[in-house]
Structures are given as structure tokens and as C-alpha cells.
Design a protein around this ligand. Structure first.
Ligand code: AMP
Length: 556
């Protein structure tokens, strides 16, 4: 265990105040472990257990620990040292875990770029995070884009970018100056050197990125301590067992996968099964092939699987617990999933910044369908405040979710402006999400403050109306957004995907359907757009920002 307890020193990182560090340690919330120390513990306990398995390779806990030591030795020899940022742009793969733990051993901070990010995002990270290394997939994986060529062409513009690493079957396919990832993982480990490095668990061990629907992604540094605190509690509430096979269904660098699935699995010493292609068929194949038991899906992915024409041809009976998160899930999707697979359902409200509020697998299905349950840990300080951010609202009323605690981040990286807007002087984070704390103790989500549709002064929380629209038998998926209106300010516009065998649907049909269900007139969509595929963000959420733009076209 590391005993370097020095205050955080990374420029542009907002450290936890010492008083809170002390409090979290005293309460036993923080265990003062680093990511690699956790891995080493698991490797000691169950060296032969498979830690990670992919389509072509698998590693036991002992092998993963060893290869990450080799990589760390090579990184160190390349002058990648504590606090330095390393861009990861990798598919869901065995190599991701080798690299993640390798960086941890030298104190380097993996910056979690996504496979769907492109030149603008990569340049943004290079410009603003002073990253000294970049790691991506070469010819081993199809990433839908040639990142090796992109970065090779622009790297001379970034003198601080010193180390380029590619995952390749054929090392010769990498341009000159690039390191071959596999060769680095076969370096003889310099255990003495690695063991002498003091990596502080109160310093950032990973940099997550905020969703990029509004501008460029923001850096969300998470310390070993606060992130492991969540791995532990996520594993606990989902009931993850060391015999389980967990599989990330969204990009592995996204908090939804890294924290809730991969992290929780490693915490318990379970097996992580990875599949680079996240298409429904590939995920169903993985479940059948590996006996997949535990994953987190974006709601649209669950709809794609439930509606898949070949669903019956796959054996998905190994599923034990599934989580839906990232966006509000339609209640019938929860019920249909539970019916189809007899699973425990965790409906989670999650943010890379920290908040994880979720239903438990053993909760009643009505609670799972209608709420996001309770915070995953006792240490979480969670409150719902009025929109003026002055007072906590009475229980049962809607307001803005505000959080603080041992599992939450302390500020965006190098972003004083966002931090001034989102934190108060006592360290409370204001999330801009509208929730209520119901009388039964569960939290319910009403959407983003910015996505609230204000029609002639009346507030419309789109997700509540979406839930009812989705009950229409011809509608498979729906998003309701604001369209500008000269007189009323905004009016609701519904974008829908129809089911395979749907009959044509008009706005009048929908209005009649909502009228029968007693939906207030002002909440009913005033325009209906049928789309084959609703637009998605880089992690697969419905892209409401894009839909707002579409709604604004020809609005009046
Ligand atoms: P990210 O960290 O990029 O996944 O984005 C977090 C945001 O996703 C939150 O601030 C919410 O707006 C939204 N979100 C996550 N989970 C849910 C959920 N269960 N219901 C509604 N919105 C959600």
C-alpha cells in the first residue's frame, strides 16, 4: 500500500480538501488503495482465475498483473511518469485493461477518449491536457477510423506528445516512431523500480470525459480512492460475485462501463468479457459464448435487443443482473427485459462526475420501472435543491440534484469557469438534472434543466410524456424536445422510431392516444416526426441536442 499522502499536485486539478480526506479515511470509506494494488491483491488471491477474456485472447489475474508491470516498466523507460496524461483511444479489448493497470503503476493518468471521437476531440485533448502519450489500435481492431494515420500526421504540431503506441498484429504496419503495444507488454519487468514508485491514491488515477453533446468534452479526474469506493459499492449493490462474467456493452472508457461493470468485476475478482463491436448481435453472441451475466446498457441498446428479429435464436439465459443507464429508460423496457430474461434490474442514474443512484436487483419491478432507486453508498451526500440553489426542497418535490461525498469528483480539469458554475464554496456539485426524492425513499428523474420544455410558462418534463407515448403499440422509441415558437416560446415536438410491423402514425392518432390516457393538453406533442433511426451520441444515447436542432428547422 502506498503511504504517499501528499496533497494533490497536478496543475489544474482541484484536490479534495484535507478535512474531507481525513474524514473519508476515518470513516473507512477510502481504503487508500491504488488501482494496481487492487489488481495485485486479486492476483495474489486467485492467480489462475481469468481476469479478462476477448474474442482472441484471455489473461488470468496473474498474467494481467504481470503484463501491466511489463508495460509500466516500458512506459517508465519512455519517461511516462506520475501525473502525465496518456490518451487512450481503444475498443473494448484485453489491451485496455493491460494499459489501464500499466498506467496506474507509474501514476500516469489515462484520458478516456472514445472510439467515436475524431480529430476535433483528439486535438482538443492534445491542446488542453498536454498529453504526453497516445495509445490506439492499429491493424488488430477495426475502429471505423484510422487513428494511427490521424495522429501520425498531426503529432509534429505537439512537441509534448512524445510517445505513440499502437496495438497491432503486424508491428511493421505501424509508422516509424510508433511503439508496438505487445512488445512493450513483453518487457522484463523492473519490479524494484516499480515498487519504489510512490503512487498516491488521493491523486487522480483516471480522467473520464464528459458527454460531448454540448461542445468539447470536459476532463473529469477521478482519484484511485474515490473511484475504487464506487467500484466496491457498485459490486455490492448489484450483488456481483467472483464467479460472474461481466461484460461492458458501452465503450469501456465510459464511466458506465469502466466503473459499474469493469471496476465492480475487478473489485470482486470476477471475469470481464470484452467484445470490440458493440452491435446487438455481437453482444448477444458474447452473452451466449461467454455466459455473460452482468452488464450496463444504454436504454436504446435494450430496445434494439428486445426488438431484434433474431432475438429468439440466441440463448441469453445466463443474464443475472442488467443495468440501464445514461438516459432515462422507458418503463415498459424495464418490464419487458425482466419478463424476457428473468433478471434483476438496476435502473441507474449515473454521471461520470460521480453520482450513482440505482434500484437494486431485488426491488419490485414497479420501483425499477419508475424510479432510479437509492444512492449506492451510505457515504454519499445527496440532496434535491430549489432551482435558485438556495434551499433543499421538501421531500417529494422536484428540484436540482446536488451531491458531495467520497465517491464524487471535485472539479473539471483546468476549467475554472465550469467549476465556478457547478460547485459552491462547500464543495457541493450542482448537476443540472431534475430529480425528486420520493416519499418511499427512491429517487425519480425528470430530465435535464436545459431540456425542460417551457410552453407559455408551463414546465413540461419530456421524460414523463415520453413514457406514455412509448406505450403506443406502434412506437419503439421516442424523444420529445422543444421546438421554438414565436408566441409560446417553446412547444413539444416528438421524434419516434416505429416498431417493425407498425401502421403509419399521424399526429392526430398520437393526440387521441394521449387524450385517452388523460395527458394534459399543454403537454401533448404538437409535431410528430417519424425517423427510421433516432440520432445517437458517441456512447449511444439519444442525441436530444441534434433533435432540438432538427425541431428548430421549420418550427413555426
Ligand atoms: P454521462 O456522464 O456522460 O453519462 O452523462 C450523465 C448524464 O446522463 C446525467 O447528468 C443525466 O442527465 C443523464 N442520465 C444518466 N442516467 C440517467 C437516467 N437513469 N435517467 C435520466 N438521465 C440520466
Amino acid at each position: 500500500m502506498s503511504d504517499d499522502l501528499s496533497p494533490a499536485s497536478l496543475e489544474g486539478y482541484v484536490p479534495f480538501p484535507q478535512e474531507r480526506i481525513d474524514r473519508y479515511r476515518d470513516a473507512g470509506y477510502w481504503r487508500d488503495l491504488t488501482f494496481h494494488e487492487l489488481l495485485d491483491q486479486r492476483a495474489d488471491e486467485t492467480p489462475e482465475k481469468v481476469a479478462v477474456t476477448g474474442p482472441n485472447r484471455e489473461l488470468t489475474y496473474a498474467e494481467l498483473a504481470k503484463r501491466s508491470r511489463s508495460l509500466a516498466t516500458a512506459l517508465n523507460a519512455n519517461d511516462v511518469t506520475a501525473g502525465e496524461r496518456v490518451i487512450f483511444q481503444l475498443p473494448n479489448s484485453v489491451e485496455f485493461l493491460e494499459a489501464f493497470f500499466g498506467c496506474s503503476r507509474v501514476g500516469a493518468i489515462p484520458v478516456q477518449a472514445l472510439p467515436r471521437h475524431r480529430e476535433a476531440e483528439v486535438r482538443h485533448l492534445l491542446d488542453n491536457f498536454d498529453t504526453t502519450a497516445y495509445l490506439t489500435a492499429g491493424d488488430r481492431y477495426e475502429m471505423g477510423f484510422d487513428f494511427v494515420s490521424l495522429v501520425d500526421n498531426i503529432e509534429s504540431e505537439y512537441p509534448h506528445l512524445e510517445t505513440l503506441i499502437g496495438v497491432a498484429d503486424d508491428a511493421n504496419s505501424l509508422p516509424g516512431g510508433w511503439e508496438d503495444f505487445d512488445s512493450l507488454c513483453e518487457t522484463t519487468p523492473d519490479d524494484e523500480r516499480l515498487d519504489s514508485l510512490e503512487i498516491s491514491p488521493t491523486e487522480p488515477g483516471v480522467m473520464l470525459l464528459s458527454g460531448g453533446t454540448t461542445g468539447m468534452p470536459k476532463g473529469i479526474p477521478r482519484t484511485h480512492n474515490d473511484y475504487l469506493y464506487q467500484w466496491e459499492h457498485m459490486a455490492d449493490v448489484a450483488g456481483v460475485d467472483s464467479d460472474w462474467v461481466a461484460f461492458p456493452s458501452v465503450p469501456i472508457g465510459h464511466n458506465a462501463s469502466l466503473n459499474c461493470i469493469v471496476g465492480a468485476a475487478i473489485w470482486e475478482g470476477a471475469t470481464v468479457a470484452v467484445e470490440p463491436t458493440l452491435k446487438p448481435e455481437a453482444l448477444m453472441d458474447l452473452i451466449e459464448r461467454e455466459g455473460g451475466m452482468y452488464s450496463l446498457f444504454i436504454p436504446t441498446q435494450l430496445i434494439d435487443i428486445l426488438e431484434h428479429p433474431d432475438l429468439d435464436e440466441y440463448d441469453l439465459s445466463s443474464l443475472e443482473v442488467i443495468i440501464s443507464g445514461g438516459q432515462k429508460v422507458l418503463p415498459h423496457v424495464v418490464r419487458d427485459s425482466v419478463d424476457a430474461w428473468d433478471v434483476g434490474f438496476c435502473n441507474i442514474f449515473g454521471m461520470a462526475e460521480g453520482p450513482l443512484i440505482c434500484t437494486r436487483p431485488e426491488d419490485d419491478v414497479d420501483i425499477q420501472a419508475e424510479t432510479v432507486g437509492r444512492p449506492i453508498s451510505d457515504g454519499a451526500e445527496v440532496r434535491i435543491v430549489g432551482f435558485d440553489r438556495e434551499e433543499t426542497v421538501p421531500q417529494g418535490e422536484t428540484g436540482e440534484l446536488s451531491v458531495r461525498g467520497p465517491g464524487y469528483f471535485t472539479g473539471y480539469f483546468r476549467n475554472d469557469e465550469e467549476n465556478a458554475d457547478n460547485f459552491d464554496d462547500d464543495g457541493w456539485l450542482y448537476t443540472e438534472d431534475v430529480l425528486s426524492h420520493r416519499e418511499d425513499g427512491n429517487y425519480a428523474v425528470f430530465g435535464r434543466i436545459k431540456n425542460t420544455i417551457i410552453r407559455g410558462g408551463e414546465n413540461i418534463y419530456a421524460p414523463g410524456v415520453e413514457d406514455i407515448v412509448a406505450e403506443h403499440p406502434d412506437i419503439a422509441n421516442v424523444a420529445i424536445v422543444a421546438m421554438p415558437d414565436e408566441r409560446l416560446g417553446e412547444r413539444p415536438c416528438a421524434f419516434v422510431e416505429l416498431t417493425e410491423d407498425a401502421t403509419p402514425l399521424t399526429l392526430d392518432d398520437l393526440t387521441e392516444f394521449l387524450e385517452e390516457r388523460g395527458v394534459a393538453v399543454f403537454k401533448r406533442p404538437e409535431r410528430l416526426e417519424v425517423m427510421r433511426d433516432l440520432p445517437r451520441t458517441e456512447v449511444g444515447k439519444l442525441d436530444k441536442k441534434r433533435l432540438e436542432e432538427l425541431a428548430a428547422e421549420n418550427a413555426n
